[in-house]
Design a protein around this ligand. Structure first.
Ligand code: SF4
Length: 198
């Protein structure tokens, strides 16, 4: 059975797609067939209406989070339709993205993301070489720079955004990421690596 939405704590997570332009070495989906007891591999992707129906009253949750197993911006139209609906109903949304949205769509999608309350951009590494090694992007050599361009475009478009890194990259790399984020004038969120092998 497909899991299009799943609750963790008081957040509801939306699983729009399993497609991703990265193949991160630390990705939870490679560690186990399940995540937090949910089976997140999809046989088919949901429509916006299916997700909206499953959400019900969005104000029951702290946040409605576009997340994965996959990169949500592959489903940009559906994601925006759901986010607009949630906003109209008084709920809050967050997008967890790898920041490849402009590469994937071949244009600047960031003005459309203003409807989302928080866009979390996975920075993951302080430089291109480490990014390519850790995240194994299909857009090798250009992905890291494009994540920075995407973040700058978000900021210029008035999108509330932050970078995130996983603590497994080590203290020195986290410090370099923080310096980079400071230079960009964008907050950095350091998150714990998820161990999905238990
Ligand atoms: S960007 Fe996210 S979903 Fe894609 S491989 Fe990396 S951790 Fe997994």
């Amino acid at each position: 059975m497909n899991t299009f939405t799943y609750q963790i704590g008081n957040n509801l997570y939306i699983n729009l797609t399993n497609r991703c332009s990265n193949r991160c070495t630390f990705c939870v989906r490679d560690q186990s067939a399940q995540y937090e007891g949910y089976s997140l591999w999809l046989d088919n992707e949901p429509t916006a209406d299916q997700v909206i129906e499953e959400i019900g009253d969005p104000t029951k949750y702290d946040e409605i989070v576009f997340c994965g197993y996959g990169e949500p911006v592959y489903r940009l139209d559906e994601m925006l339709a759901i986010a607009s609906h949630v906003k109209r109903r008084g709920g809050k949304t967050r997008l967890n993205t790898n920041g490849h949205g402009n590469l994937i769509h071949g244009r600047d999608i960031t003005p459309q993301l203003k409807v989302i309350d928080l866009v979390n951009i996975s920075l993951n590494a302080p430089d291109r070489a480490m990014y390519d090694r850790l995240c194994r992007p299909i857009y090798k050599d250009v992905a890291f720079d494009s994540v920075l361009f995407f973040a700058r475009a978000c900021k210029a478009s008035g999108v509330n955004c932050r970078f995130s890194v996983v603590d497994c990259i080590g203290d020195v790399c986290v410090r370099k990421c923080r310096e980079l984020a400071d230079r960009e004038g964008i907050p950095l969120y350091v998150r714990k690596m998820i161990d999905n092998t238990k």
